[in-house]
Design a protein around this ligand. Structure first.
Ligand code: HEC
Length: 149
């Protein structure tokens, strides 16, 4: 049977786009370096368990599902996920009057939201948190100043 109807052609084009995007995602997603993976896991552990000697909250108290899902503040307000956070930082923070890097944002949440001791720039803890949060954005195109997902 000959299949030359416009619908078939459109379907075939859509299938091709879908196949290419699936192959691209599969190619871009895995993180294969075991040393990097170790630091990602350290960061995930800090994200889900460390209070940074603060008020008892951890990052995951607000950023649910390890940050991959939309979050919820203690008052119930829904906030975006961190699924593309590394792709949209650095960004200008109007309330701070300056450009914030991802590390600055993480230190700000540790100090304000956790009321804890924000890990120092260059520390293993901050590096691990930045590495973990960045891993959530693996494969996403850089979109500095863009909207959180
Ligand atoms: C009490 C709730 C709460 C906790 C706990 C919390 N955060 Fe946040 N976080 C927020 C809010 C609200 C925002 C968005 C507002 C803002 O820009 O400050 C945010 C924003 C972020 C962003 C930027 C998201 C984006 O795409 O713009 C990152 C990254 C982040 N938090 C990481 C962390 C990390 C890492 C921790 C643990 C050290 C943490 N947060 C703990 C409430 C929290």
């Amino acid at each position: 049977m000959k299949t030359t109807s416009p619908l078939t052609a459109t379907t075939r084009a859509l299938m091709t786009v879908w196949l290419i995007s699936t192959a691209w995602t599969a190619w871009a997603a895995p993180i294969s370096d075991p040393q990097l993976e170790k630091v990602i896991q350290h960061g995930k552990e800090l994200f889900t368990h460390n209070t940074f000697e603060g008020n008892g909250r951890v990052c995951q108290t607000c950023h649910l599902g390890g940050g991959a899902e939309p979050g919820r503040l203690p008052d119930g307000k829904v906030i975006p996920s961190l699924a593309n956070a590394a792709a949209i930082f650095p960004r200008f923070k109007p309330n701070q009057g300056k450009v914030f890097t991802l590390a600055d944002q993480i230190r700000s949440c540790a100090g304000a939201a956790l009321e804890g001791k924000a890990p120092a720039h260059g520390s293993d803890e901050l590096n691990a948190l930045v590495t973990y949060v960045t891993s959530l954005s693996q494969g996403k195109p850089i979109d500095m100043g863009g909207k959180p997902q």
